[in-house]
Design a protein around this ligand. Structure first.
Ligand code: PEP
Ligand code: MN
Length: 291
């Protein structure tokens, strides 16, 4: 029995809807597909990504500017400069953006520029950060820890909820196991369980789960089939050149065809992916750019 006073369902059909923007919400009939690179690398890169994905059924953009890297010598992200790039494409393409927050000191700046703050796997049990995000005033995308149990994951969400923020979306991104052929092991059983235990929307990150671009599409389909409310997928204009997670990055073309191929799977489980071409077909004039 998991003692999640706020995260647990109170009745069978209890479902929280988390609003990302006027047009995009998690937890309803419509699935939310988030696409973009592992890391924001340049204005040109994000412009190309937003331009392509805004003409596809992709509802939101991702891109890390504060990157939790295994090695301290690896690229750590563009920081504030990257945030301005995100803010620029957000307004020009009218697409919400999601980016990772690693520390309490970054919350204010990220909340000023992004629509959703992502807590990465490595920070799932950073309790002080979770408590502070209770007051962030923006929805939180909480990723499952590398080796967190389902109970620990739900209790991490409970920290954010109990500190005042009701807008939490859970993200299954694979857990560590003995086999390293795939980067992690995608726990679809956890997705089904989370959907039964909690009223929070649950999405899946197939990219970090499998770590290999050729495995992303089949796993993404399975995630939708088993009830996920959306997906977050890494893609890049030049996947091989990605500064981080190059091996799992899809090309923008493959991203668009993957999303289109999800439509019949979504229909089979009575969900859908918006047929409207993106949310910002016509980019707003460049002068609106904050970057
Ligand atoms: C990411 O989404 O870029 C990321 C670092 O993911 P995770 O925290 O799941 O490893
Ligand atoms: Mn990544």
């Amino acid at each position: 029995m998991i003692n999640a006073k706020l995260a647990a369902k109170s009745h069978l059909h209890h479902q929280t809807i988390v609003k990302l923007s006027e047009q995009v919400s998690f937890g309803g009939i419509q699935l939310v597909i988030i696409g973009g690179p592992c890391a924001v690398e340049s204005k040109e890169q994000m412009e190309t990504v937003a331009q392509k994905l805004s003409t596809a059924p992709v509802q939101a953009l991702r891109g890390g500017v504060y990157k939790p890297r295994t090695s301290p010598y690896a690229f750590q992200g563009m920081g504030e400069e990257g945030l301005k790039i995100l803010a620029g494409v957000r307004s020009r393409y009218n697409m919400p953006v999601v980016t990772e927050v690693m520390s309490i000191s970054q919350i204010e700046a990220i909340a000023a520029h992004a629509d959703m703050l992502q807590v990465g796997s490595r920070n799932m049990q950073n309790f002080d950060l979770l408590k502070a995000l209770g007051q962030a005033g923006k929805p939180i995308l909480l990723k499952r820890g590398l080796a967190a149990t389902i109970e620990e994951f739900i209790m991490a969400a409970e920290y954010i909820l109990s500190n005042g923020n009701p807008d939490v979306v859970l993200c299954e991104r694979g857990i560590r196991s003995f086999d390293n052929y795939t980067r992690n092991v995608l726990d679809l059983g956890a997705v089904a369980a989370l959907k039964q235990i909690t009223h929070l929307p649950v999405i899946v990150d197939p990219s970090h789960a499998v770590g290999k671009r050729e495995l992303v599409a089949p796993v993404a389909k399975a995630a939708i089939a088993c009830g996920a409310d959306g997906l977050i997928i890494e893609c890049h204009p030049e996947p091989e050149q990605s500064v981080s997670d190059a091996r799992q990055a899809l090309s923008l073309e493959d991203m668009v065809s993957l999303v289109n191929s999800l439509k019949p799977v979504a229909a089979a489980v009575e969900r859908n992916i918006s047929e409207e071409l993106g949310v910002g077909l016509e980019p707003a004039p460049l002068c609106l750019s904050a970057a």
